[in-house]
Design a protein around this ligand. Structure first.
Ligand code: BG6
Length: 489
């Protein structure tokens, strides 16, 4: 049996994503012994850099998160000795041929498996894919490409991108990352639902009143205004991260855990949804604010943001799935930057208990006394269920209590970063957590008409102060469907 090698080429090696996420995740995988014996990492970018300089740059990004002992230092040294650099243009087949020669040296005649991680702006995706596939793809093993959003700005540009990719690659070579799918609690969604009798039968319009998907960050777009302004929060968070969670949450039971079976069900849910209507959407943008003597900037104060920009930094939306399971159940999404807290969570609000014997004993109105399941994706991962409970004592008084699964208290092991899971899956050829092209199309179909209308009509976002809970419009939107945002209660 011939031995195998894996080489991972990070294209755009000096970029932010590579430094913050990709190299640290690769190191964590190395640390956990997840790589085959023969593996090599290449950084590829335009600037001139030696291998030694790359190692210094990468070294600065690595931390001994899992193990603070000397063993970790040793592991870091070993890992860095497997990292190399190749400088080249993104559209030069010649430069990629040179890379190919170097990869071959490292592969030393073994079976060659090559993964390219495109950590570069989307306008050069196709150039790189073309050069890599024609001049640096493997001839004895597999060649795979990982790409990260933005996958276009709308249905049309996304389809053009897909077409471009498919000129050079088969669908099964393309790994489209949505890093939210690699988060521990998002992966756990399907376990929670499909392997617990207390949840599985409740997962429908019969028992669930509404579902809320909430993403908030307590910082603005500082430094990323240039990218952000041409996309906005709807494209940055809702159309991908939140919609992917929704699809996993709401899909029918897949035939098996096989990637295609799961993705088939996700795409069905997306196709059963109504495209978003502008009446069901609220957009906002943060404005400057002084709090405790500190002054926080407005979105448009960022030098990289055009003055008078109407790009939303906040959006709330009500979505509906027109199928038998979810008919009439509002799925509310809320995503925003520069809000009062950083969190990502899923909230499931259940219906009332019919003819509840204790309805006159609640200290809050009955609407607030229904069960709520909260899946806190981050930070401080947890799953808790709010139940009504008798306050101990001689009288009869109920309160709202939590059955709480708090990850930090229950599990001593560090939760891996999403990129670790996803990189490992790409190396192993596991596609479950990656977006198939028909899913991507279906996602764009839902959002494109809305985005076009917002932009054509130059809809002004509602301003909200930096660090606040966002525009009040979000409450009116929820109230229209008889919903209270669970994170505000
Ligand atoms: C990215 C968005 O996809 O996700 C960023 O482009 C956002 O705007 C980030 O900050 C949030 O990711 P995480 O894992 O830090 O919640």
């Amino acid at each position: 049996d011939k031995e195998i090698t894996v080489t991972i080429t990070v294209v755009g090696a000096s970029g932010d994503l590579a430094k913050k996420k990709i190299f640290p995740a690769l190191f964590a995988l190395y640390y956990e012994d997840c790589f085959p014996k023969h593996f090599t990492i290449f950084g590829y970018a335009r600037s001139n850099m030696t291998d030694a300089e790359l190692r210094i740059m990468v070294g600065k990004t690595l931390t001994c998160r899992i193990d603070k002992s000397e063993n970790c230092d040793q592991k870091m040294k070993e890992f860095l000795s497997r990292c190399f650099y190749h400088s080249g243009q993104y559209d030069s087949e010649d430069n990629f041929s040179k890379l190919d020669e170097k990869l071959k040296e490292h592969e030393a005649g073994r079976i060659s498996n090559r993964l390219f991680y495109l950590s570069i702006p989307p306008n050069i995706f196709i150039d790189v894919v073309k050069c890599a596939s024609t001049s640096a793809s493997s001839t004895s093993g597999w060649t795979r490409v990982i790409v990260e959003k933005p996958f276009g700005r709308d249905l049309e540009s996304s389809s053009a991108l897909t077409k471009g990719f498919k000129q050079y690659l088969d669908e099964d070579q393309i790994f489209r990352i949505d890093h939210y799918l690699g988060k521990e609690l998002v992966e756990n969604l399907s376990v929670l639902r499909f392997s617990n009798l207390v949840f599985e039968p409740l997962w429908s319009r019969q028992y669930i009143r509404n579902v809320q998907l909430i993403f908030s960050e307590d910082f603005g777009t500082e430094g990323r205004g240039g990218y952000f302004d041409s996309y906005g929060i709807i494209r940055d968070i809702m159309q991908n991260h939140l919609l992917q969670i929704l699809a996993l949450f709401a899909m029918e039971t897949p035939v098996s855990l096989d990637a295609e079976d799961i993705r088939n069900e996700k795409v069905k849910v997306l196709r059963s949804m109504r495209p978003l209507e502008i009446e069901n959407v609220v957009v906002g943008q943060y404005k400057g604010h002084v709090k405790g003597g500190v002054s926080y900037p407005a979105y448009t104060d960022d030098n990289t943001v055009p003055k008078g920009s109407l790009t939303p930094t906040f959006a709330a939306a009500a979505l509906f799935i027109d199928n038998a399971r979810w008919d009439g159940v509002p799925f509310l999404m809320k995503a925003g930057k520069a809000l009062h807290s950083k969190r990502a969570e899923i909230r499931v609000q259940f219906r009332h208990v019919p003819g509840n014997l204790y309805k006159n004993t609640f200290s809050v109105d009955i609407d607030r006394a229904t069960n709520e399941l909260v899946i806190r994706v981050q930070p401080d991962e947890a799953i808790y269920l709010k139940i009504n409970n008798k306050v101990p004592g001689l009288g009869m008084r109920l309160d709202r209590s939590k059955l709480n699964l708090h990850y930090a208290a229950k599990y001593s092991k560090e939760i891996p970063d999403a990129y670790e899971r996803l990189l490992l899956d790409a190396i192993e050829g596991e596609r479950r957590l990656f977006i198939r092209s028909d899913e991507l199309d279906a996602a764009w179909k839902l959002f494109t008409p809305l985005l076009k209308e917002l932009e054509d009509r130059k809809i002004h976002p509602e301003l909200y102060p930096y660090g606040s809970r966002g525009p009040v419009g979000a409450h009116y939107l929820a109230a229209k469907y008889n919903v209270r945002w669970g994170d505000i209660n």
